[in-house]
Each structure stands twice: as structure tokens, then as C-alpha cells.
Design a protein around this ligand. Structure first.
Ligand SMILES: [Zn+2]
Ligand SMILES: [Zn+2]
Length: 344
């Protein structure tokens, strides 16, 4: 673990382009090894780090405005909340940290993120461009959010009734749809890999979903060298709770597969009894950029970006443009109606 530049003592920040830490002061580069070989661990190894150099160097900070819980490296304290743009950040109680297994490192820098965002904003007709005028480096934060990534085997017994509709032709040549019912029962075993569940609540699931997917083949074994210049979100959902979410994701897929087995497209009733075995997990950090801007009317605008792929979440809309378009469309329809009435 590297704390400061060994050449001049300056502050370091992680540079995706250089695949390493760069000194703010003398520009020395300290490469970080990307170790893609790591494995998921069994549930029994659900350990909280008791004594750890990395965890000890973190400060808990809470936003008094939106309640966001964050972990700052002592060197990276910032006074603006990445979630709501508020400046009311207070030091919180020291919290324990779950052992971090892996990390998907940022693949582009804050400045590159701003450039990318600006070029996308320009192309979107309905986006509220005024809200993001004069963006600077202070308006963007890089945050690592927490996720559990699961592997497991789901073994299910099922029975129930499925159905599908088909078009049949009567003797007189008229066609109609008919529902066919099928009573089914059986067993199905399925292996699941990389089912990911968000493990914190500061980023809304909706926001996170809008910038999925992350490519887990780009994940590497965790090293705190990747953290310089970035904030870590405090993990506040437990492993077991998150696995319940993974179970629901799995159940939906199993149901789809059972339907496929019988060429059906609807479940009339289905009793699914599933047991999960060989449960393994990874506590993984995912890179997200958050752009915050508070406009002149004190209105808060926020956009999230996938720090690995560059995918941008939904942009605030320019209400005037949306309204004018709707108005023109409505006027157009009235105009055509009048024209038809006139012609007929
Ligand atoms: Zn230096
Ligand atoms: Zn906040």
C-alpha cells in the first residue's frame, strides 16, 4: 500500500490511463498490478475486518442533508456530498468494514468523464442543458458503490399448470385463438454465476439499473491503490438480505426456463420449491461517477455514469422543450383534422 509519493511526498491519485497512481506534485507514476485471478468465497467467510490498515485509514462521514453514509480516505476529504451536492458533511462514528474481495477499477478519469458527459448532453435534444452549464471538476465525484456478486446452484422441484395460446382454423375456414393448458411437474437444476445485488441505499436502484451492466470479467482482486481520489460508500445491507434478492432473480429465470421446456408462455399456477447449494460470493466495488449541479434557483440536478463503460443514466429534461414539442404535435393533429374536414 502506497500512501504518498515516495519521491517528493506529494498526494497521489489513481489514473486509469496510466494504470497506476500519479503524483499531483511531480507526476511520478506508480503502476498498480491488475490481478484478475481471484475466486469467490463460501458464505461462512462473512468476515468483518477487525484490524486492517486500509479500514483504519478511513473516516466515516455522514451528509446531514440526505443521510448518505460515506467512507473517506483521510487524504481525500471533500466538503461536498456526491449525492445531493450539500456541504453539510459531518464526521460520523467509526464503522467496521466487511472484507472487500474485488473491485472493478475506473476505466477513465474525472476529466474524461466530464468531456464525455458534455458531448452526450449536446446530442440530446430534450436534455436540460442549462442545468449543467459551466461544469467543473468540483461538480463530479467518483464513488465506489458496494455490491455482492453471487454464484450458486439452485435445485427446484415444481408442479403446476402452464398455458399458451395458439391460432386454430375451424372447418369453415375462420380462425380463432385457443388457450391450451398443460399440467407439469419435474425437477430443474441450474447453476448461476455473477448474480449481482446492490448493497447500499444511497444510489437508488433505479439509477443503478439505468447504467448497468458492469463487466465482471474486468474485476480484479481488491487493492486500496485503486482508491486514491475516489470515495467509498459505506456498505449497509447484509449478505443474507442481499442473497434473498439474488434468490428472487434466480426464481424468475427458473420460471422462464420451465415455460421454455414446455413451449408455454404463461404460468397459470406454479409451485416452486427451491434449495440453494454451493453458495459463494464476492464483495465487490463498482465504479460510478456522479455529476451534481445546483442551479440558480437552488434546484438540484444529478446524473450518474458507469465508471467502467461510460454509459450515462437518464438526463434531466428541459421542460420547456418537452412542452413546446407536445404543443406542436397537438397543433399538428388539430391542423390535419381541420384540413381533412375542409377537404371532405
Ligand atoms: Zn511526487
Ligand atoms: Zn447528501
Amino acid at each position: 500500500m502506497l500512501k504518498n509519493c515516495t519521491n517528493c511526498g506529494g498526494k497521489l491519485y489513481f489514473s486509469p490511463k496510466n494504470k497506476g497512481n500519479v503524483c499531483e506534485n511531480c507526476s511520478s507514476i506508480f503502476p498498480v498490478v491488475y490481478d484478475y485471478k481471484f475466486s469467490k468465497k463460501p458464505f461462512e467467510e462473512n468476515v468483518i475486518v477487525e484490524k486492517d490498515e486500509f479500514a483504519d485509514a478511513l473516516e466515516n462521514v455522514k451528509c446531514s442533508s440526505c443521510g448518505a453514509n460515506l467512507m473517506f480516505n483521510k487524504f481525500q476529504m471533500q466538503s461536498v456530498c456526491p449525492y445531493c451536492g450539500s456541504t453539510t458533511m459531518v464526521k460520523g462514528k467509526k464503522k467496521k468494514l466487511l472484507y472487500i474481495d474485488s473491485i472493478v477499477p475506473f476505466s477513465y478519469s474525472k476529466n474524461e468523464a466530464l468531456d464525455l458527459f458534455k458531448s452526450i448532453l449536446k446530442k440530446k435534444f430534450y436534455a436540460n442543458k442549462k442545468a449543467f452549464k459551466n461544469l467543473t471538476g468540483d461538480d463530479i465525484s467518483g464513488v465506489y458503490v458496494n455490491t455482492f456478486v453471487f454464484d450458486f446452484i439452485a435445485s427446484s422441484q415444481y408442479y403446476g399448470t402452464l398455458s399458451f395460446t395458439k391460432t386454430v382454423r375451424d372447418r369453415d375456414g375462420t380462425s380463432r385463438t385457443k388457450t391450451i393448458y398443460r399440467d407439469v411437474s419435474g425437477v430443474i437444476d441450474k447453476k448461476f454465476n455473477n448474480v449481482s445485488v446492490e448493497a447500499n441505499s444511497n444510489i437508488e436502484q433505479k439509477e443503478l439499473t439505468s447504467i448497468l451492466p458492469f463487466d465482471y470479467s474486468g474485476a480484479v482482486a481488491f487493492k486500496d491503490d485503486f482508491m486514491n481520489g475516489y470515495i467509498l460508500e459505506y456498505q449497509d445491507r447484509m449478505l443474507d438480505d442481499c442473497f434473498k434478492v439474488a434468490e428472487n432473480i434466480a426464481k424468475k429465470q427458473i420460471e422462464r426456463e420451465i415455460l421454455l421446456r414446455y413451449n408455454c408462455d404463461r404460468i397459470e399456477r406454479l409451485n416452486l420449491n427451491t434449495t440453494y447449494s454451493d453458495k459463494r460470493y464476492n464483495y465487490c466495488l463498482l465504479p460510478i461517477y456522479i455529476i451534481n449541479k445546483i442551479d440558480k434557483k437552488n434546484k438540484h440536478h444529478k446524473v450518474v455514469m458507469n465508471g467502467q463503460t461510460g454509459k450515462v443514466g437518464s438526463l434531466p429534461k428541459d421542460k420547456l422543450r418537452v412542452f413546446l414539442t407536445a404543443l406542436f404535435v397537438a397543433l399538428g393533429i388539430v391542423g390535419i383534422a381541420l384540413l381533412i374536414m375542409y377537404l371532405v
